[in-house]
Every structure is written in structure tokens, then in C-alpha cells.
Design a protein around this ligand. Structure first.
Ligand code: ZN
Length: 68
């Protein structure tokens, strides 16, 4: 699932629901940058670990898993 597809899926569940809006805000934060790394997680990861932090990051993976 791409970042856009994940956002679209959340929107499918309905806008205006506070918990869903909160979840959507988290997903928006965790978006892939031009290097295909998570923008939110990249900065706190050491340069040696970057391979493990390719998008989707663990946060997005967890959300995707629950939405399946
Ligand atoms: Zn992330």
C-alpha cells in the first residue's frame, strides 16, 4: 500500500471522526521522502540503521496491519 492509498483508505472510513482524524494526522506525518525513507522517523535513526527505516516505517506497517 502506498502512502496515498493508506490515506485514501482512512478517508473511506469517514471524515470528521476525532480518533480517525488523529490517526490520519499520524499517517500524514509518516510519509516517504525523496529517498523513500520515512520523514518522521528518519531523523532519529542513526545513519547505520537507515536500511531498516525505508518506508514504510514500523509505525506505518503497524497501522497497515490493523487495517487489513
Ligand atoms: Zn515513520
Amino acid at each position: 500500500m502506498t502512502h496515498d492509498e493508506l490515506l485514501a483508505k482512512l478517508d473511506d472510513y469517514g471524515f470528521g471522526v476525532p480518533p480517525l482524524n488523529a490517526l490520519r494526522a499520524v499517517v500524514e506525518l509518516h510519509k516517504p521522502n525523496w529517498m523513500k525513507r520515512c520523514e518522521a522517523c528518519y531523523e532519529i535513526v542513526s545513519p547505520c540503521d537507515f536500511i531498516n527505516e525505508l518506508y514504510p516505517c514500523p509505525t506505518i506497517q503497524t497501522i497497515e496491519k490493523e487495517l487489513k
